[in-house]
Design a binder for this molecule. Structure first.
Ligand SMILES: Cc1cc2nc3c(=O)[nH]c(=O)nc-3n(C[C@H](O)[C@H](O)[C@H](O)COP(=O)(O)OP(=O)(O)OC[C@H]3O[C@@H](n4cnc5c(N)ncnc54)[C@H](O)[C@@H]3O)c2cc1C
Ligand code: SF4
Length: 496
């Protein structure tokens, strides 16, 4: 570190967001362009270069955080980019989208605000592209072995890049018309603009990875036939089977799943549609579900100019301080966090039914109410206590003519037929069963990412992609692999 006292003299400063009124009128990323570089070296200098860096421990990728903090504090961008890419194929994705368990585990966070690790990562990743350090790295020679990767989310992309660079011939099969998985049609552009995806796909193409879009394995190509054509198959199809809300009135028109709504808005940004058929414009929107997917719906509805937007969370409002008893440092605590979308909704006062930031906590949906034409017009809710028991006298109806269900996902979508065609074993909760090396019960078939782990995070998906690549490489070469395996399939985030 350039200044060993940086953590004592420099306060934490984050990448500033653009003014709400400005950013709510467009779909660009919420941050001030160019606002990170002037502050980031000083911020990286806050790192204490701990002997036992818990930041590194808290990151499933094992990112070499103190090393690149030091390099950034000295403005050695080339070396920082090299160290960053040593453990993470796509740091510009995690630098924008990761909830940063590393910062929750930062030693400085014990009694001060953590180092802005995620911002440092993003600055290095963007600088690497700007300066031309992120060049294609094709293999020196080909192994003659072939791999089919099913799914082009962060898991499939990381696995494909690692295996291609190891010399195997890799084809990625994707049912959508564009590459990227949930980063393409789930996550809105205001969180990550899609050109970051395009750039990586181009890099991967130049390295030799092949992409087959608009191809649903199981329907367009039989999965067993695919297995017979390739030496190995990696299933990285995600966990997109959504949870339902079986309350009276669910079948009224105007009630949709978040993942029916978000892809259409993303397609408007891609230029495929002029207007989303489910646009929130002028409508009273209620989002059921207090998680990040719900927040993505909120930011999208704000940009579509909804008449009002309210987000319901069944949990009680979390505190703004860590619960030292149940979620001590260095675990990732459940805290009251104000995402960009909540900040927008609060500033624009989109939710007359809620007090501050569009969220109603401890709220449970009782039923939907409709009009004579079968369209939803209201949502009847009740407040609940910590045991989710209704609090008497708290029932009320919110106006709602667009309801978005963001209740999470139960496991892989089984409608494509892959599981039956290959005869894959499943875990009781519906994810694909796999052994300690990510291998399924079918020889040569591996499962990784949300498809095996259940709904998770991009950083875990990239870690799974890298780890499954190491296992596939070992399987193909019949020996050892030089590819890194940062996690095993049963590793989980740190808890007490
Ligand atoms: C709305 C939303 C917002 C999120 N925001 C964040 C965030 O901000 N930060 C974060 O860390 N995580 C976020 N997540 C979670 C994160 O996106 C996932 O954990 C991650 O994308 C999982 O990666 P994956 O590659 O395993 O699966 P996915 O990203 O789901 O990719 C699977 C791919 O497989 C394809 N596929 C499926 N079946 C077939 C088939 N039969 N044939 C061919 N292709 C197939 C799918 O079309 C898809 O492209 C979010 C999730 C959602 C739903
Ligand atoms: S835990 Fe925090 S202070 Fe310590 S090395 Fe990691 S980033 Fe630096």
């Amino acid at each position: 570190m350039a200044d060993p006292k940086g953590f004592l003299t420099t306060p934490r400063q984050e990448w500033p967001r653009r003014p709400v009124e400005e950013r709510a009128r467009d779909w660009d990323e919420v941050y001030v362009p160019g606002g990170l570089l002037p502050i980031i070296s000083e911020q990286a200098d806050r790192c204490m270069d701990c002997g036992v860096p818990f930041c590194h421990e808290a990151c499933p990728l094992g990112n070499l955080i103190p090393e690149w903090n030091d390099l950034v504090s000295r403005e050695d961008w080339r070396a920082a980019a090299e160290r960053l890419h040593a453990t993470n194929n796509f740091p510009e994705f995690t630098g924008r989208l990761c909830p940063a368990p590393c910062e929750a585990g930062c030693v400085l966070a014990i009694n001060q605000p953590a180092v802005t690790i995620k911002n440092v990562e993003c600055a290095v990743a963007d600088k690497a592209w700007e300066e031309g350090f992120a060049v294609p790295a094709p293999p020196d020679r080909l192994s003659g072995r072939t791999v089919a990767v099913i799914g082009s989310g962060p898991t499939g992309l990381a696995a494909a890049q690692q295996l291609t660079r190891a010399g195997h011939t890799v084809a990625v099969y994707e049912r959508d018309d564009r590459i990227g998985g949930l980063m393409r049609y789930g996550i809105p552009a205001f969180k990550m603009e899609k050109h970051h995806l395009e750039r990586r796909v181009e890099q991967m193409r130049a390295e030799g990875t092949r992409f087959r879009t608009s191809t649903t394995v199981g329907r367009d190509v039989d999965a067993a036939e695919l297995r017979s054509r390739y030496d190995a198959v990696v299933i990285a199809t995600g966990a997109t089977a959504w949870r339902e809300l079986p309350v009276p009135g669910r079948d009224l028109a105007g009630i949709h799943q978040a993942m029916e709504y978000l892809p259409l808005a993303n397609r408007v940004c891609e230029g495929d549609l002029e207007r989303s058929p489910l646009s929130a414009e002028g409508r009273h929107v209620v989002i059921v579900g207090g998680g990040d997917t719900g927040a993505d719906c909120l930011g999208t509805a704000v940009r579509e100019r909804a008449a009002s937007v309210t987000q319901l969370d069944i949990y009680r409002k979390p505190g703004s301080e860590r619960d030292e008893e149940n979620e001590p440092w260095p675990t990732y605590p459940k805290l009251y966090r104000l995402s960009a979308a909540h900040e927008e909704a609060g500033a624009l006062r989109t939710a007359p039914a809620a007090r501050a930031d569009a969220r109603l906590f401890a709220a449970s949906t009782l039923r939907f109410e409709g009009d004579e034409e079968g369209r939803v017009r209201g949502l009847r809710l009740v407040e609940v206590d910590a045991e989710r028991r209704p609090v008497p006298g708290t029932e009320r109806t919110l106006p709602a003519d667009l309801v978005l269900l963001a209740l999470g996902f139960s496991g892989p979508d089984q409608g494509d037929g892959i599981i039956g065609q290959l005869g894959l074993g499943l875990e009781p909760r519906g994810t694909i069963a796999r052994g300690p090396d990510f291998a399924t019960n079918v020889p040569g078939v591996f499962a990784a990412g949300d498809a095996g782990r259940g709904q998770s995070l991009i950083v875990w998906a990239i870690a799974e992609g890298r780890a499954v690549a190491a296992s596939v490489d070992r399987f193909l070469t019949g020996g050892t692999s030089r590819l890194p395996a940062p996690i095993g399939p049963y590793d989980r985030p740190m808890t007490v």
